[in-house]
Design a protein around this ligand. Structure first.
Ligand code: UDP
Length: 502
């Protein structure tokens, strides 16, 4: 590995390259800001509409905290990929087809990005895992490259052992459970919960292989996780992957600390990508009138789109619990033919009944201020698809979870949360190949049962609630000076940066 570090004359310059998904962008930008706050020169390379997601935080860091951090934008090739101007992120993609075009746009940006990086002549590249080509460039420039993995160790370890021992191929039916060998906690899965690229060669297998191969040639891999959440997994990961995994999460804790410093200086309001401040007054005002721990927050990340049938079941399930809730509804794109039959009709009726008449709920048809909602004392539970950012945001605030895994590595996260007794599952057990959800509809009864199990008082719900509060404390300690008390590993921000030796 060609990793000779360049002679240092000024502060080391690190280039960051985020991908097109909010859930990847947010923690990578947190990492970039962390580097800049520790005195490194940082340049973030992205496209104009993705830059809008975080540019005010970066301006704050520069103007208020005096950081040397800038954004360089490259025009997104909208015409070449056949997308309207402004569609540069999966949040703006209502279908997998559009998401595919957005991805293709970033493939076309490789050459302009390479050219820009050569001009910038940095000392280090930290790129999203989905830009494996950055390792070739780093080798050419003789600088270290770090891959950024926004999610868990557990799914990467599970992939390794599933590929090696293929226990899922020995099962008689897709609904039979088997133990994943080699993992620190005994994790059982069903075949139906496993990604299709682990069962057969798919286009995505090629992408995963390219990511893993590039990581083998990288200086290290940065993960938004820590040993407290994944006990024993960092060690297994490093053993099976043969590369150093820097676990510096949860990054949202770092950013909360930073933003409270900024607001204590009474500067202008920050607008970090995970904390949009706009359009959220009504929802937060409504929360003010609710009892502590009484509200369930229901949100399935930045991309997931459910069918109308599933949304109706969810509405009925939530109504039957008699609990208060905030529900973020994002439905599937409708073609012209069934437009009349669409969501708006029944959803308006539901809103009228549950939201306006009974004052039991609040519906957000768009982007929710998730972190601000989770921070509110009225929120006592979070029904989530187990997106890793959502899980971290919830647990760092001590909010227990109801799990409804859907796609990507969601199912491994659910199993981990179950083992740590931090969540109750709704019983979803079929993996989807993308964010358009086509798995069997989870019936209202299952939703009602899981919600009541967490939100109503019982020995089990008290235990989960207590565990969530303890986890929040543990995570806070793990990210303070001195780092993780459990492992002594580099989970602390203070000890992490010097260890790069830049
Ligand atoms: N998010 C938000 N408002 C929404 C939906 C999502 O702020 O209405 C944020 C959420 O706080 C998290 C991210 O988007 O930071 C979602 O990431 P996650 O890993 O949970 O799920 P994904 O979007 O990858 O499915």
């Amino acid at each position: 590995m060609a990793m000779a570090l360049k002679e240092q004359t000024a502060m080391p310059h690190v280039v960051f390259i985020p991908y097109t998904m909010t859930s990847h962008i947010t923690p990578l930008i947190h990492t970039a800001r962390l580097f800049a706050l520790h005195g490194l020169k940082v340049t973030i390379i992205t496209t104009p509409y993705n830059a809008l997601l975080f540019e005010s935080s970066i301006d704050n860091d520069r103007l208020v905290s005096g950081c040397n951090i800038t954004i360089q934008t490259l025009q997104f090739p909208s015409d070449e990929v056949g997308l309207p101007v402004g569609v540069e992120n999966f949040i703006a993609s209502p279908s997998m087809e559009i998401a595919g075009k957005v991805h293709h746009g970033f493939v076309l940006l490789q050459k302009p990005m390479e050219q820009l990086i050569r001009q910038l002549n940095p000392n280090c590249i930290v790129s999203d895992m989905f830009f494996p080509w950055t390792v070739d460039l780093a080798e050419e420039l003789q600088i270290p490259r770090f891959s950024f993995q926004p999610a868990t160790f557990i799914h990467q370890c599970a992939w390794h052992f599933l590929k090696e021992y293929t226990p899922h191929k020995k099962m008689a039916s897709t609904s039979e459970s088997f133990l994943i060998p080699g993992l620190p906690l005994a994790i059982k899965m069903k075949c139906s919960e496993i990604e299709d690229f682990l069962k057969e060669e798919t286009d995505y297998s090629k992408t995963v292989n390219a990511v893993l191969e590039a990581e083998l040639r990288s200086y290290g891999i940065i993960h938004n996780t820590c040993s407290e959440l994944e006990p024993g997994y960092a060690q297994v990961y490093e053993k099976v992957r043969g590369r150093k995994g820097w676990h510096i999460g949860p990054l949202s804790l770092f950013i909360n600390k930073q933003e409270s410093k900024i607001s204590s200086k009474e500067s202008f309001k920050s607008n970090s990508c995970s904390d949009p401040w706009k359009d959220c007054r009504d929802c937060l005002n409504w929360l003010e009138d609710q009892e502590p721990n009484s509200v369930l927050f229901v949100c399935f990340g930045s991309m997931v789109r459910f069918s109308d049938d599933q949304l109706k079941e969810m509405a009925e399930g939530l109504k039957a619990t008699n609990c208060s809730f905030i529900w973020v509804v994002r439905e599937q794109e409708k073609n012209q033919v069934d437009e009349n039959d669409h969501c708006d009709g029944w959803l308006n009726g539901f809103k009228e009944m549950v939201v306006q008449k009974n004052k039991k709920g609040f519906i957000i048809q768009g982007w929710a201020p998730q972190v601000l909602i989770l921070k509110h004392q009225a929120v006592g539970g979070f029904l989530t698809h187990c997106g890793w950012n959502s899980v971290l945001e919830s647990l760092t605030l001590g909010v227990p979870l109801i799990t409804w895994p859907l796609f990507s590595e969601n199912f491994y996260t659910e199993k981990l949360l179950e083992k740590l007794e931090l969540a109750i599952g709704v019983g979803a057990d079929v993996w989807n190949s993308g964010f358009i959800i086509s798995s069997p509809v989870v019936p209202r009864e299952k939703i009602e049962l899981a919600v009541k199990c967490l939100m109503y008082d019982s020995e089990k719900s008290r235990k989960i609630r207590e565990n969530a509060k303890l986890m929040a404390e543990t995570l806070k300690c793990a990210t303070e000076e001195g780092g993780s008390p459990k492992t002594g590993g580099p989970t602390s921000y203070e000890t992490f940066l010097p260890s790069f030796n830049l």
